[in-house]
Ligand binder design. Structure first.
Ligand SMILES: C[S@@+](CC[C@H](N)C(=O)[O-])C[C@H]1O[C@@H](n2cnc3c(N)ncnc32)[C@H](O)[C@@H]1O
Length: 279
């Protein structure tokens, strides 16, 4: 299996931006960690593995739930994010460990009771074999609980900044394969169900999570800048060398339009909460 493109991506400027913006990202994505933790129903003493753990926020939450007996193991391909996750765990003295590895070929040293993920499992070149490999690290009665994005068209927080930037594109973006590794690769719930059953997971359940997402930043300018640095828009800006000042002005207007009376900037998001059992 070859995840070389994603490994390069998450170890390059994108991984560094996730490190630089980690506190803001964690604030924005905290409600989705809540959903995974609720679905996972972690038991004290249970061993957990978090796939694509990034800077470790979900894994640290899991570690606090399961305690020190086995602790929680985070796995990620990004060296800068794993370094930050380890530093956070050390600072909090948390029973969390972090491994720099490609989850599609990594095996946990001891089988875990549950695999969890917040937006960390949509980046495999070949997802069914990757999920089959992940299952090898899970106890016979173990389970899986992860959250992933539905289609870009249903996620205003990602689509609206892209649309605001369209006027400044040098060329129309090439039509992308909607199932190619990336944040929205798991938009089709039937495909996700097929991937998991091909990988040997049973009792797959996939439920919608539709909620407003609060974008980070104390003012529209900060939020606009943040949205230019992460996600699909940042990839487009980098690929086309677009005039960032014009895009920033358009995004500030967009953020003003979405500002609520309490000052927060909220946009629609849509995810799938996915659960399964080891067969
Ligand atoms: C969108 S980020 C989510 C990070 C984290 N779960 C969070 O919610 O903050 C996706 C993460 O998946 C990781 N990733 C991508 N491909 C991977 C692979 N094959 N094995 C392990 N991690 C991978 C990336 O390095 C990145 O940290």
């Amino acid at each position: 299996m070859n995840n070389a493109d994603q490994i390069e991506y998450w170890n390059g400027p994108a991984g560094q931006k996730w490190v630089d913006q980690s506190n803001r990202l964690d604030a924005m994505l905290a409600p989705f960690a809540d959903k995974v933790i609720a679905a996972a129903d972690l038991k004290s003493g249970e061993a957990v593995m978090d796939i694509g753990c990034g800077a470790g926020a979900l894994n640290l939450r899991a570690a606090a739930k399961v305690g020190a007996a086995h602790g929680a193991l985070g796995v990620d391909v990004s060296a800068p994010l794993i370094a930050l996750a380890r530093a956070r765990a050390a600072e909090a003295n948390a029973p969390a460990r972090f491994e720099l590895a490609d989850a599609s070929v990594f095996t946990a040293p001891d089988p875990v009771g549950i695999v969890i993920s917040r937006f960390g499992v949509m980046f495999f070149e070949d997802p069914a074999p990757a999920f089959a490999n992940i299952r090898q690290s899970v106890k016979p009665d173990g389970r899986l609980a992860f959250i992933c994005w539905q289609a870009l068209s249903l996620n205003d927080w990602a689509l609206a900044p892209l649309q605001a930037a369209m006027a400044f594109l040098k060329e129309a973006p090439a039509p992308a394969d909607p199932t190619a590794p990336g944040p929205f690769a798991f938009h089709d719930k039937d495909r996700v169900a097929r991937i998991l059953s091909d990988a040997g997971w049973a009792n797959v359940s996939i439920d919608p999570v539709e909620t407003a997402i609060i974008l980070p930043g104390d003012d529209v300018e900060t939020t606009a800048k943040f949205m230019m640095q992460l996600g699909p828009l940042s990839r487009l800006l980098a690929a086309q060398g677009i005039d960032e000042a014009q895009v920033e002005a358009a995004l500030i207007t967009l953020m003003q339009d979405h500002k609520k009376p309490d000052g927060r900037i909220a946009m629609k998001s849509a995810c799938w909460m996915v659960s399964a059992d080891n067969a």
